[in-house]
Design a protein around this ligand. Structure first.
Ligand SMILES: Nc1nc2c(ncn2[C@@H]2O[C@H](COP(=O)(O)OP(=O)(O)O)[C@@H](O)[C@H]2O)c(=O)[nH]1
Ligand SMILES: [Mg+2]
Length: 300
């Protein structure tokens, strides 16, 4: 048996492919973050951009949310004056404002939660990005990135690819001689649509894509692992955005893992070959290692 193994990471955008790739790169190559200053500035800009989008969204929903005049005025001030300092920190730390935004599905989607929860630290003058910021921030992947590592006596190659529709054409270039496909699905995407087409639910797109991948002729001999990510925010989101809004065949339940089982069953039913499923939180290093170890166990 060859000791060279190749794995591709597939899935729609924001499903966690690059986060997993970053973890493995850092853990196995013992790398440090290069150019922390540029990264810190980039994260600051992304944070401002995200928060502005979030505040605009809240402002638009103003009446529905029963915002007080004080909160409304503060939001207007921050947006108009681009004042991402004291006023913003005061606002997002106000318990009455927290009660409002923590009830919005948007808070749990994309990486809004990371940016809002960490805004005071990130927007502080002395901010220097840490490993957790490197993971929490996201950059869109367009081309194919390759990582070669040695682990447990094996030469492992990982390919990370772009998840948006326009980048999926390049996926096929990585499909030759693969041993494993890690197919990433963000569990919170049932409440989202695609960036490319806001008429299409993201989890439905994942289901179609998963079916195509599982029936692809080039991938028949590869092990297929479904990696369900964002488990940490999934539970919180379920309580404010019911799964039955997306899947009308889902019967709402208070049972902890009912929604998770329902989603797993949907993917199992579409798969055209055997699959293994793992559920994880990729912001946690152990969460990434759980996936990595499972993948390696398939090579033994
Ligand atoms: N809360 C949470 N965030 C995650 C998880 N996995 C990835 N993310 C975040 O989701 C965003 C998109 O992840 P990324 O790996 O860039 O997705 P990709 O488009 O599939 O490469 C990043 O900001 C990550 O920090 C997870 O399990 N839980
Ligand atoms: Mg990516």
């Amino acid at each position: 048996m060859s000791n060279s193994k190749a794995t591709v990471l597939l899935g729609t955008h924001f499903s966690g492919k690059s986060t997993f790739f970053k973890h493995i790169k850092f853990l196995r190559l013992n790398q440090n973050i290069e150019d922390k200053e540029s990264l810190s500035n980039l994260i600051k800009d992304n944070c401002k951009h995200k928060i502005e989008g979030f505040l605009l969204f809240i402002k638009e929903k103003g009446n529905e949310l029963n915002l007080t005049t004080d909160i409304e005025d503060t939001i207007n001030h921050i947006i108009e004056k681009q004042d991402y300092a004291q006023k913003l920190f005061e606002l997002i730390n106000k318990s009455e404002f927290q009660k409002i935004y923590k009830q919005l599905p948007n808070y749990y989607l994309d990486n809004n939660k990371y940016f809002l929860d960490n805004a005071s630290r990130i927007l502080d003058k002395s901010f220097i990005a840490e490993y957790s910021d490197f993971l929490g921030n996201n950059e869109m992947t367009s081309g194919v990135s390759e990582l070669q590592i040695e682990d447990s006596g094996m030469n492992l190659t990982l390919f990370d690819v772009g998840g948006r529709r326009q980048y999926r054409r390049s996926w096929i270039t990585c499909f030759m001689d693969l041993d494993c496909v890690l197919f990433f699905v963000n569990l919170t995407e049932y409440a989202q649509t695609l960036y490319e087409d806001n008429e299409v639910n993201r989890m439905r797109e994942s289901l179609t894509l998963f079916e195509n991948v599982s029936s692809n002729n080039f991938l028949q001999s590869a092990t297929l692992i479904l990696v369900l990510t964002h488990y940490d925010t999934f539970e919180e989101l379920l309580s404010i955005y019911p799964l039955s809004k997306t899947f009308d065949d889902y019967i709402e339940s208070n049972e902890k893992d009912c929604a998770l089982n329902f989603i797993q069953d949907k993917f199992k039913a579409t798969a055209k070959k055997d699959i293994t499923i793992v559920t994880t939180n990729l912001l946690d290093r152990q969460g990434a290692l759980k996936v990595f170890d499972l993948m390696k166990s398939k090579f033994n």
